[in-house]
Design a protein around this ligand. Structure first.
Ligand code: ATP
Ligand code: MG
Length: 282
């Protein structure tokens, strides 16, 4: 860990961290692109941001950032190496870390592994924002992480299948963690009207059948700049700051920095969920 990171640690207090789980029902709707570019935009607003890559898919955070990850969280836990050794410092303000294969399942974790990990994970609180990039389709294991976050950001596109799969996520969240606030970001919309309609369709069924309210975050347009940036292995926000999609992301980022922080914190919730699960499987 650099001197810079060490200084950060001494400066910050736990309550400041906001943890957002970026989720979707259907795969390939833009989670990783949202996570990475939002992280960059926040870091450029002088926020300290950690992206945690909990997806083991191909187009992961490292690829979109154009950086290769170092050790994984999983490696560090097994080797008893401080988790800070797994952090890649993209800039002073922006760091990322990846879970490693099988991390969210935690199946090979002993109680000692868990204790080590939980005490080490306290460095999460060095950041203003911790963004969890998850794979598509939540399960019991990923829900330990998702429901411990302050908020889940559900990414949907206007396609009917994406809305349906988004609803499936809301249903699952409602069952696993009905106190988890869910916010919806519509990606790849043609315009604001289409985005609003998409959100309203999802909100209608969620309130009607689940009594689950949803918050509308905003939308990102379908923009060829994203594909060009992905091909160039650059985040779109840096690739073309003046593009439509970057401008929309700016608006989302600005509203986010004003979002109040909740009192309960991420690790407390994660620990209690692990405990509940391990005691039910013994
Ligand atoms: N706003 C957008 N405009 C145009 N293309 C987009 C946009 N958002 C995403 N894409 C395209 O969709 C692809 C998938 O995006 P991304 O990898 O972020 O999805 P994901 O939800 O993380 O996928 P996975 O579920 O596989 O992890 C991108 O490579 C890009 O080509
Ligand atoms: Mg992804």
């Amino acid at each position: 860990m650099s001197d810079q990171a060490r200084q950060l640690r001494s400066k910050v207090s736990m309550k400041q961290t906001k943890t957002i789980a970026i989720v979707s029902g259907k795969g390939g709707v833009g989670k990783t692109n949202v996570a990475v570019n939002l992280a960059i935009a926040l870091s450029l607003q002088q926020k300290r941001v950690l992206i945690v890559d909990l997806d083991i898919g191909m187009a992961n955070v490292g690829v979109v950032l154009g950086e290769s990850a170092r050790r994984s969280l999983m490696d560090c836990v097994k080797e008893r190496t401080p988790l800070s050794a797994a952090i890649t410092e993209v800039s002073n303000q922006l760091h990322f870390i990846h879970g490693g294969s099988g991390f969210t399942e935690l199946v090979s974790f002993s109680e000692d592994d868990m204790t080590f990990m939980m005490s080490e994970m306290r460095f999460f609180y060095e950041y203003d924002f911790v963004l969890l990039d998850l794979g598509a389709g939540a399960n019991d294991h990923t829900f330990d992480f998702i429901s411990s976050a302050d908020e889940a950001w559900l990414i949907v596109t206007p396609e009917p299948t994406s809305i349906m799969d988004g609803y499936a996520f809301v249903k699952l969240a409602n069952r696993h963690a009905n106190d988890l606030p869910i916010a919806v970001l519509v990606n790849r919309a043609v315009n604001g009207e289409e985005a609003t309609e998409t959100f309203e369709r999802l909100e209608l069924v969620s309130t009607k059948f689940l009594e689950q309210s949803l918050r509308f975050i905003g939308f990102l347009p379908d923009d060829p700049v994203v594909t060009r940036a992905v091909k160039a292995q650059q985040p779109f926000y840096l690739f073309d700051r003046n593009s439509d999609v970057s401008w929309r992301l700016d608006r989302i980022t600005t509203t986010l920095t004003g979002v109040p922080i909740q009192e309960r914190n991420f690790l407390d919730r994660l620990v209690s969920r692990f405990k509940r699960r391990t005691s039910s499987t013994r």
